[in-house]
Design a protein around this ligand. Structure first.
Ligand code: MN3
Length: 232
């Protein structure tokens, strides 16, 4: 697990980047009471596309469960767990940088999933362009070499977790994997793109075949979102 002992960064642009950069529209968050407790401090954001939009690579049924049940449950559990604690009024990123145990797990999973939905697109370009493309070439030699390394990192990650393309403190891009709920935003790396490799991400569509899920993932990877994160 990444250490979470460093000073929390200001929860500014990065805190809202998954939402801001995707142009999410639709359902507005329900009104909250003054205390924020009645509806819960944290809300499940709307998906950036209809549930069937990622077919045939990712089915509507997968989105029904992965977004509509798993992601929703992380948000609901987080709201229950933080009620009456010192985390009750914190922004999501601040919770991730300061909490441990179940509160960290549910907060990080809430953030990771919102980010993940924005990493997928029905209009995926297939490969990065611009500054990010050059940074990937600089770190990995070529896009194909990057893709192979990301795929093998994701396929070989034991158990549940996430594979990420991140920008490190020096502005270079790298691949990192995190276990379970852990997330780069708990540390210094800035996430650019991620793949959820928990079994619930692919079992409906691909059963136990994680490599097949990765093939589908590359058809959906949202390079416009990743490039925006890289430049942001
Ligand atoms: Mn998941």
């Amino acid at each position: 697990m990444a250490t979470r002992t460093q000073k929390p960064q200001v929860a500014g642009k990065r805190d809202s980047s998954p939402l801001d950069q995707s142009g999410l529209q639709g359902t507005q968050a329900p009104a909250q009471s003054d205390s924020g407790e009645a509806q819960g401090r944290h809300q499940l954001p709307p998906l950036p596309y209809p549930k069937a939009a990622l077919e045939p690579h990712m089915s509507a049924e997968t989105l029904e469960y992965h977004y509509g049940k798993h992601h929703k449950t992380y948000v609901e559990k987080l709201n229950k767990l933080i009620a009456g604690t010192r985390y009750a009024d914190m922004e999501l990123e601040e919770i991730i940088r300061t909490a441990q145990g179940p509160i960290f797990n549910n907060a990080a999973q809430a953030w990771n999933h919102t980010f993940f939905w924005n990493c997928l697109s029905p209009d995926a370009a297939g490969k990065p362009e611009g500054q990010l493309a050059r940074a990937i070439d600089a770190s990995f030699g070529s896009f194909a070499a990057f893709q192979d390394k990301f795929t093998s990192s994701a396929v070989e990650l034991f158990g549940s977790g996430w594979t990420w393309l991140v920008k490190d403190r020096d502005g270079k891009v790298a691949i990192v994997t995190t276990s379970n709920a852990d997330t780069p935003i708990a540390g210094d790396n800035k996430p650019l793109l991620t793949c959820d490799v928990w079994e619930h991400a692919y079992y409906i569509d691909y059963r136990n075949a994680r490599p097949d899920f990765l093939k589908a993932y590359w058809k959906l990877a949202n390079w416009g979102f990743a490039n925006g994160n890289f430049q942001g």
